[in-house]
Design a protein around this ligand. Structure first.
Ligand code: NAD
Length: 288
């Protein structure tokens, strides 16, 4: 029976530490870290995420500015807004809630966020640095939040990442690819599986560390897990009216894995904690 990795509790510990650091920054340097969250359109899940992030900022003492924009906002206008935030002294982190409506070029917009305020780590410069880092200490200041949270959850188990076989299911720029790069920087041997991968079961069964980010409920079943493995389930899938489930068949998988994250209460809270951390670190580096 696996140990359940309590992402909520680990995230809370990080947030408590950040709260202390924010109070210190305010007292000693008169700096209040600030996060701007830009939400284009009416995507209900995106609205929930932005509200959760703003609430987490409030609880930590971080100034947050929610910027809702109509779904038909022209790209030029969005980019002008981003340029304004780049110059805004109160703002140390800029978050463009994804996905953007179809008429907007996500890549072009993310490129306009100052790499020094890119607390989501999606600017091409920060992604490029992530790709070129050979070791952990060569990583950029901002790495994407969900992947960074996955690494913290793995490390919370006390299992050494170096030299382990790690399998990442999913190759998105938001989760799969950066998590694979972070595992590489931690010296794991990394395999990336995706929708065209053959023999997913055999590949997953090789994994000492299995990170699943596919957005497919119960894609990973118990017979795909190596006994004792660390299983990190990034997936968030809505089933029926209210239930949220991951990509791993949790009930069966926990009988085989050594450590496993639940959904909800695993990776999700860590994503927010990492965003707060990046924002505070950005404020620490700011000159005032
Ligand atoms: P995405 O749709 O961009 O990418 C999904 C990836 O999974 C693709 O690379 C695809 O090749 C792969 N895939 C799909 N079906 C597969 C299959 N049958 N076998 C193997 N691989 C398959 O999604 P994403 O943005 O990377 O998000 C993945 C999941 O993680 C979603 O459920 C999303 O909601 C969740 N997510 C959670 C958080 C969090 O904070 N908890 C953050 C980001 C994403």
């Amino acid at each position: 029976m696996a140990t359940i990795i309590d992402g909520k509790q680990i995230a809370q510990q990080i947030r408590d530490g950040l709260k202390t650091e924010v109070a210190r920054l305010q007292k000693e340097r008169k700096i209040t870290p600030g996060l701007a969250a830009v939400l284009v359109g009416e995507n209900p899940a995106s609205k929930v995420y932005v509200n959760m992030k703003a609430k987490a900022c409030d609880e930590t003492g971080i100034y947050s500015q929610k910027i809702p924009l109509p779904a038909d906002t022209p790209q030029k206008k969005l980019i002008e807004l981003v340029h304004g935030l780049n110059q805004d002294q109160k703002i140390h982190g800029i978050l463009i809630q994804l996905p953007l409506p179809d008429h907007l070029d996500q890549h072009a917009v993310l490129q306009e966020v100052s790499p020094h305020k890119d607390v989501d780590g999606f600017h091409p410069m920060n992604l490029g640095k992530l790709l070129s880092a050979k070791f952990w200490d060569e990583l950029p200041a901002f790495v994407p939040c969900t992947p960074a949270g996955c690494i913290q959850l793995i490390e919370s188990t006390g299992i050494e990442i170096e030299g382990k076989n790690a399998v990442v299911v999913g190759r998105s720029v938001i989760v799969g690819k950066p998590v694979a790069m972070l595992l590489l920087a931690k010296q794991a041997t990394v395999t990336i599986a995706h929708s065209r991968t053959k023999n997913l079961k055999e590949i997953c069964r090789q994994a000492d560390i299995l990170v699943v980010a596919a957005g497919r409920p119960k894609l990973v079943t118990a017979d795909m897990i190596k006994p004792g493995a660390v299983v990190i389930d990034v997936g968030v899938n809505r089933v029926g009216e209210k239930q949220l489930v991951g990509d791993v068949d949790f009930e069966a998988a926990k009988e085989v894995a050594g450590f496993i994250t639940p959904v909800p209460g695993g990776v999700g809270p860590m994503t927010i904690a990492m965003l707060l951390r990046n924002t505070v670190e950005s404020a620490q580096c700011s000159v005032s």
